[in-house]
Write a protein that binds this ligand. Structure first.
Ligand SMILES: [Fe+2]
Length: 498
């Protein structure tokens, strides 16, 4: 385990009562090979009549290929689920993204590509030696923007799907902006009122080209899906950045102090993601002005590693960034089995607030809550703005490290917290906040999250009233869905006719 500079006193693993059974958790990591489409008829409670739209959600669907397990779920082929809501009813559909690698491996019934997180072709190191082909697995996120449904994987191009059927249309190059092999990150942010577009919403995303010196390219797409702004910036050192945050004026990245030793990858011994090494240096906050012309700022801070930012905003001449920080990252060694993870020995992701003074280049930081958490979301209209409510997947226990089994709502104004827990046998995924139509209060709406229920060995979509954090409906699927990553809600309903 490699340790970052963060705060060892508060982030070290602690012994707490265990709220889960590891065997239960493991059951959520089974392949789902079937592709289904049906109206959900097993519902506890009632789907709100005014909840209309479609929740798309992406994640690895296959944990084994040709009878051989992949090394890590992050290497799993992308499988998209769509929950479509209309007039109090809900329709479910799931389909695999028909990437080139998925089609080839399903045809061959064996692993043909190495994975970034350690999946190797059968045959030992010699069979993997100098095979540097990248399999675009399209498994991390899905967005609906400019009338296009795009499955995202950060190291390669997006795949476009049909939002009605989830059939794969093909790789999408954003009308020629991207080139074959271009990266396009899996964490776009939507500016709800872009000052460069007369207050219209725009989608902001980035691409990283890592190296001894790295390059970050910013893309901004208008509501029609056209790239209207694009600028690139050199960043000293190796950059592994999964997510970023935006404000009206800035794109903000946290560059963890890591380097890349390519030799084990080249020799066929490890995946590229297993070759990262932590350096004893602070994290760099990289602040890129969205106007594309002002200078980029680099401000050091002990922030550990960040997969996901909750939000950022500008206030009183300061920049505020709320992020989930890790003091360490678990190693994914070739001889380790991710299903045997000892959660209690790992450091949790924890919510921190960073207050940056750009004039003095200083940062004040505060650990907001020691509870293990991940997958933060806010009301879409508050992205990049001062906001009151944060929602995040969380562990059941208030300290220590454990799988996500609960949802936490944090009120920044009062400090009040609400927790809804699916423990001991439920395991939650990323929540999505859906605002009620014509709502005025920031927490007027619902939280949607997919829960794996180990008792039934099936998954269920739980709809919670976001104000009280209480379930209003539990939609039981006919099967499980493997633990996934990110999703997107659009108010457009894509469902078959009744
Ligand atoms: Fe992510």
């Amino acid at each position: 385990m490699q340790r970052f500079q963060l705060n060892q006193e508060t982030s070290s693993a602690q012994t707490v009562p265990v709220s889960y059974n590891l065997n239960d958790w493991q059951k959520g990591y089974r392949s789902l090979r079937d592709e289904c489409a049906y109206w959900i008829d097993e519902i506890e409670g009632e789907v709100p009549i005014d909840l209309n739209g479609t929740l798309f959600r992406n994640g690895p669907g296959l944990l084994d290929i040709g009878g051989r397990r992949i090394h890590h779920p992050f290497d799993g082929d992308g499988m998209v689920c769509a929950f479509s809501f209309r007039n109090g009813r809900a329709h479910f559909r799931n389909r695999y993204v028909q990437t080139q690698g998925y089609l080839e491996e399903q045809q061959a019934e064996k692993i043909l590509y190495r994975g970034v997180f350690g999946t190797q072709k059968p045959g030992g190191w010699l069979a993997n030696f100098l095979d540097l082909r990248l399999k675009n697995i399209a498994n991390t996120n899905i967005i609906y923007w400019g009338d296009k449904l795009l499955a995202l994987w950060e190291a390669a191009e997006p795949h476009r799907l049909d939002p009605q059927t989830l059939e794969t249309i093909g790789i999408d190059y954003l009308d020629g902006v991207l080139q074959p092999g271009s990266a396009f990150a899996a964490h776009p942010r939507i500016d709800p009122a872009c000052q460069f577009d007369q207050g219209e919403p725009c989608l902001v995303n980035f691409a990283i080209k890592p190296g001894l010196s790295s390059r970050i390219t910013i893309y901004e797409l208008n509501a029609a899906g056209k790239v209207v702004r694009q600028h690139a910036h050199a960043v000293p050192g190796f950059a592994f950045m999964h997510d970023f945050a935006i404000t009206p004026n800035y794109c903000i990245f946290f560059q963890a102090p890591m380097s890349f030793n390519p030799m084990p990858y080249l020799l066929g011994l490890k995946g590229a993601g297993q070759c990262l090494q932590v350096r004893k240096q602070p994290t760099q906050i990289v602040i890129i002005p969205r106007n594309g012309t002002d200078p980029v700022q680099f401000i050091p801070v002990d922030a550990g590693f960040v997969f996901h930012h909750a939000n950022a905003f500008e206030q009183d001449g300061h920049l505020y960034i709320d992020s989930i920080c890790y003091a360490t990252l678990p190693d994914i060694e070739p001889d380790e089995d991710y299903l045997q993870v000892k959660f209690e020995t790992l450091d949790p992701g924890q919510l921190w607030r960073f207050q940056v003074n750009p004039q003095t280049q200083t940062v004040d930081r505060q650990l907001i809550d020691p509870r293990c958490c991940e997958f933060p979301v806010v009301h879409p209209s508050q992205v990049g703005r001062p906001y009151r409510y944060l929602y995040v997947g969380a562990a059941h226990a208030p300290v220590g490290n454990a799988p996500l089994q609960a949802l936490l709502k944090l009120d920044w104004q009062t400090g009040e917290q609400k927790l809804w827990s699916a423990a001991p046998r439920g395991f939650v995924g990323e929540p999505q906040f859906v605002a009620r139509h014509n709502s005025t209060a920031e927490d007027e709406g619902w939280l949607l999250t997919l829960v794996f229920n180990a008792e039934t060995e099936r998954s269920e979509l739980v709809i919670l009233d976001a104000r009280h954090l209480q379930p209003v409906a539990i939609l039981r699927l006919k099967h499980h869905v493997p633990y996934g990553l990110h999703g997107f809600f659009t108010p457009q309903t894509f469902a078959p006719a009744d």
